[in-house]
Every structure is written in C-alpha cells, then in structure tokens.
Design a protein around this ligand. Structure first.
Ligand code: G3I
Length: 373
C-alpha cells in the first residue's frame, strides 16, 4: 500500500525527527479523534497499565502512516525479532546492534518505553553457537550475550526483558516439564537461574521476565502447561532466582477452544501469589474461518478478546498488555498460505487500513471496566 507522503505530512505529522535510518513522528493531535476511539495507551494508562505492540524496524522505516499510528496508540514497543540472539550475533563476536538501536532511537524520540525480547530462546540461537554450547566455553558464549545485551539495553527506556522464552514443554517428557532445548542439553536445568542471575548482575534495575505461551485456554495441554509453569516459577522463587515477572503471550484462537474464565482467573491469581508480576506479551487472535463475512469475522475476534481481557484485567499484578502487532497490515498470523489466497488474518487491534475494528472498541471497553489504579 503506497501512502502519499504529502498526506502524511498534512494528516499525521507535526514534526519529523530523523534519527538515523528510522524517521520518527510527533503525530498531529487530531489523530485520536480521527479514529473515533481513544488511543489504546490512554485507556490502559487510566487503569495503571501500559499498552504496547510488537513492531519491526522495517515497518517503522518504510511505513510512515503505520509509524504514526504506533506512536499514537502505544506507550511501549517490542522489537518483533531484531533483539533476538540469532538476529544480533549472526557471526561470532561480531554483534550487529544497528537495527535494534534504530528501534530504541524511535522509542526515545517519542518518549515510548520498550520491552526487551528475548535473550534466550531455543528458536533463535545463532547457527555458529548451536555447535559450541556443549563445548568447554559454551556458557561463556551465553553469559557474554546476556551481559552484552543488558549492558546496552538494560536501563530506561526499557521496562522489562524476556530473559527466558518458551522454556517449558511438557510433551518433551521430563518430570519438571522443561523443554529439551540446546540450552538444557548443554547446561542442565540450572541454566534458567544462571541466565537470570547474569542478567541481574549486568542490569540491576531491569525487571526480568520469563515468557510463555499455551496457558490461556482450558484444554488438557494448556492445563499441563499451566501446572508446569507454576511449579517452575515456584522453584525459581524458592531458589531466590531474580525472576520479577512472567509474560503470558495470549495468542488466542477462534474455533472450539475450551475456555474457562474461572480457571484462567485462578491460574493468574496463583501465579501472582508466587511473587511475580504479569504482562500479557503477545496478544492476537488466529481466525478459524476466513470465508465468513468480514462483519462476522470481526465480531468473533472482538468477542474472543473481550472474553479473555475481562478475566486478565481483574488481575492486580498485571503490568500491561502488548499485542503481537498493531495492525492486520503486519501480522505473523497472516501466513504465506493465507497470502497466496489473498487472505489476511484480522486478529489485531487495527485493520490493514489502520482503521479501528470492533476489537479496538472491545479492548477500550474492557480496559475501562477494570477497577481504576
Ligand atoms: O526481513 C528480515 C531480513 O531483512 C533479515 O535480514 C533477516 C535476518 O534474520 O530476517 C528477516 O526477518 C524475519 C522476520 O521474522 C520478519 O519477517 C526473520 O528472519 C524471522 O526470523 C522473523 O520471524 C519472527 C519469529 O518470531 C522468529 O524470530 C516473527 O516475525 C515473530 O512474529 C515471531 O515471534 C514469536 C515470538 O518471538 C515468541 N512467541 C511466538 C512468536 C510467534 O512465533
């Protein structure tokens, strides 16, 4: 979609600040009224929460209209992939921070905060490191990566960091439910505490999180994952590991999912009672039937998010909510298979034209139902 830069200058921009490769904007004050609904960040902040979105540096660089919407709607942004180990250190001892730094400059120029995502993830280990993790200097590689990232990105405007991402997998058959990852194979279960301690040592003021998926619904798989996660958090807290919070990804799915408001509420309360804060870190909705009329599709997405947020927003330990993308124009849920059919998954707060949908209104309404403060 080509957007006239003239339009952008007139409609959206009252200031363009160049900060390296990513231009940044101060959106025109009228933008909020233009959409007819208050910015998501305003509705969230009125309830003591932040609203964020995952973004990519190329989106901010190439899509001025989208960059302006991010600035208007979000108080926090999350690099979707640019801060992962495989993206930072493609070659050993030659980390490339340029894309990550550009995103930080964009945030700083607009007074936005960031969530750091993510230091250790089994799906983002540099190829060269995979072979060396089990070697004599394997842990040095991991500790050096964590330390380097925390020394560079371990203070404001960063609020929180996902130190550990998706470390549980009950289907791998371990009694502790940990994922049989290259990290576990190389270092044993202690790698979890060790990683958190290295991060704390390098960035004493940063809030350190573990981020997990698959705990939102009430199927047997999700119930297994919830109990493993609760046991793991309890073990880490009992060992006095520096774990400050848990990210619940919130990848919702339309279809015949077993959802229980009561059991989700109970799970979040039990998690918080272990002494951690909670952030919903990757909220989006995967549609199940894209052949339905748009109005029906959008109503289903809105209903699913309302049902979920009405439970999540009751949790006093909640810090904020991040959607995994802000607009259907850019969503990992629109797979190549959907693109080949000319289809777009409509599971994010704004549509491809950056217009609000019923789900936008549902999010604002759910936030406004949360007890203030
Ligand atoms: O376009 C760039 C290219 O310019 C660059 O040179 C290259 C370097 O690796 O990467 C290309 O970008 C790709 C990026 O998506 C943008 O499309 C990356 O290859 C690719 O790895 C990346 O995939 C991301 C994936 O995590 C792996 O990092 C997805 O965007 C992102 O949505 C997905 O997000 C994960 C969360 O981190 C964890 N929870 C699940 C979630 C969905 O899988």
């Amino acid at each position: 979609m080509i957007v006239s830069r003239t339009l952008l200058r007139r409609e959206f921009l009252c200031g363009l600040v160049a900060v390296g490769t990513v231009p940044v904007f101060v959106p025109a004050p009228g933008l909020a009224q233009r959409h007819g609904v208050p910015p998501l960040k305003s509705a969230a902040e009125s309830r003591g929460l932040f609203w964020g979105a995952a973004i990519q540096h190329a989106q901010l660089d190439d899509d001025l209209e989208f960059a302006a919407l991010v600035a208007q709607q979000c108080s926090v942004i999350v690099p979707e992939w640019e801060m992962k180990w495989a993206a930072i250190e493609r070659h050993p001892n030659r980390p490339n921070f340029s894309r990550a730094d550009a995103i930080v400059r964009y945030a700083q120029s607009l007074g936005l905060a960031l969530r750091g995502h993510t230091l250790l993830w089994h799906r983002s280990i540099p190829d060269w490191a995979k072979d060396e993790l089990s070697g004599p200097h394997g842990w040095d590689l991991v500790a050096s990566h964590i330390t380097g990232m925390m020394q560079r990105y371990g203070t404001a405007p960063f609020l929180q960091w996902d130190v550990l991402n998706e470390v549980i997998e009950p289907k791998d058959g371990r009694t502790d439910g940990l994922r049989q990852s290259p990290f576990l194979a190389a270092f044993g279960p202690d790698y979890l505490q060790r990683a958190l301690k290295v991060a704390r040592g390098a960035a004493p003021g940063m809030r350190l999180y573990m981020n997990e998926y698959g705990v939102d619904y009430d199927g047997s798989t999700e119930r297994d994952r919830r109990s493993v996660l609760l046991r793991l958090v309890e073990t880490l807290k009992n060992a006095e590991a520096p774990l400050d919070g848990v990210g619940i990804q919130g990848h919702l799915r339309l279809g015949d999912e077993h959802f229980s408001a009561r059991s989700l509420r109970e799970f979040l309360r039990t998690l918080a009672n272990l002494g951690v804060r909670i952030t919903i870190t990757e909220l989006d909705v995967r549609e199940s039937d894209l052949s339905l009329p748009l109005l029906v599709r959008d109503a289903r997405v809105a209903d699913e998010v309302k049902r979920y947020l009405d439970v999540v927003l009751q949790e006093p330990a909640l810090d904020g909510i991040v959607s995994w993308g802000l607009s259907d124009r850019y969503s990992w849920r629109t797979t190549a298979a959907l693109e080949e059919k000319g289809l777009v998954n409509r599971g994010l707060p704004f549509d491809q034209a950056l217009q609000p949908k019923p789900v936008t209104t549902a999010i604002v309404a759910a936030l406004e139902r949360r007890r203030p403060g």
